[in-house]
Every structure is written in C-alpha cells, then in structure tokens.
Design a protein around this ligand. Structure first.
Ligand code: SF4
Length: 166
C-alpha cells in the first residue's frame, strides 16, 4: 500500500478545483494498491479554496510553532493544516502505508521544496506540514518527480547506449 496525494490521481481536490493528474502515478496504481489522501480537505478546508503558503519556515517549523500557514491576506490557516496532517497520518497507520508519494511544492504535501511564503512563485527548502509529520513518523516520503527523474535517467541511458553502439 502506498499513500498518494489524491490530486495526483486526477481527483479535483486542488485549491483551484482542479487536479495534478500524473499518468505515471496512475500507472503505478495498476501494480500497487494506492490510498488517496488530500490533507487540506481532511483538515476541513473546502474546494475550491484560497491558495496558501508557509511563512517563517517549513512544515517542521509549523509543528514547532515557529512558522504559520497563511493566505495572501495574511490570515492564519495553520490549524486546518495540522488537523489534515494528523488525519493523513491516521490513514497511513490504519492502512499500513510505509511509503507516501505526495505532490511536490505544496504547503501540505511538498517534500524537500515548498513555495517561498511570499506568493512570488519561488521555492525554498522545506517540507509541507503533512510531509513533515509523515517523515517524523518515519514514513518514506517521495514526490511524483521521482518518476520523471527515472524517465529522464532511462532516456539518458538509452541515448548513451545508442550513441555508443553507432
Ligand atoms: Fe493535492 Fe496535497 Fe494539495 Fe490535496 S493538499 S490538493 S493532495 S497537494
């Protein structure tokens, strides 16, 4: 069982009412059971909803009460993100998921990089609030980019092989 951001499976749970459907993640679902979760919906937020970012740090700092999740008007929505992360962790525990594939850069699901907190489209180092909790509980957290990296590596190796055989 692998926990997956629901938007990657084509579910319209993204803040703007759309999704982040990823064909490679869907393909994986043919081989391994996937458990879809949307931490922001599990936290009680509606869809569509306002876009938010983490100000003052990343998900780890949110759990340490050093950073907050805010919308563009500066309103604090941190409590929804904490609740959503706890509910997501409960889902992981009840289904026995040890691995999660989560949407990159999101203030909930991002792993390794998230939006800057300034609503300027830039990224900073850090995890989303849910990803930080899952990592703390020792789940392996990946993003959908792992598949594109693998594809790129495969294409690169194939090109090299073809180049050498000429
Ligand atoms: Fe996708 Fe995660 Fe955002 Fe939900 S919270 S829409 S699963 S990135």
């Amino acid at each position: 069982m692998i926990l997956v951001s629901a938007c990657l499976l084509g579910i319209n749970c993204k803040y703007n009412g759309k999704n982040n459907r990823n064909a490679l993640v869907l393909e994986l679902g043919k081989k391994v059971p996937l458990i879809p979760v949307c931490p922001e919906q599990l936290g009680g937020l509606p869809t569509p909803r306002e876009g938010v970012e983490i100000a003052g740090g990343g998900g780890k700092e949110v759990w340490e009460k050093k950073a907050r999740v805010i919308n563009q008007r500066g309103e604090d929505l941190t409590s929804y993100f904490l609740k959503g992360a706890v509910e997501t962790m409960r889902t992981a525990e009840s289904t026995g998921c040890q691995i999660a594939i989560l949407k990159s850069n999101s203030p909930s699901c991002g792993s390794g990089a998230i939006y800057s907190g300034n609503f300027d489209g830039k990224l900073k180092k850090g995890d989303g609030v849910t990803a930080a909790l899952l990592k703390e509980k020792e789940l392996l957290v990946l993003t959908e980019k792992i598949f594109s990296q693998k594809e790129e590596e495969k294409n690169h190796n194939e090109k090299n092989k073809n180049g050498k055989s000429k």
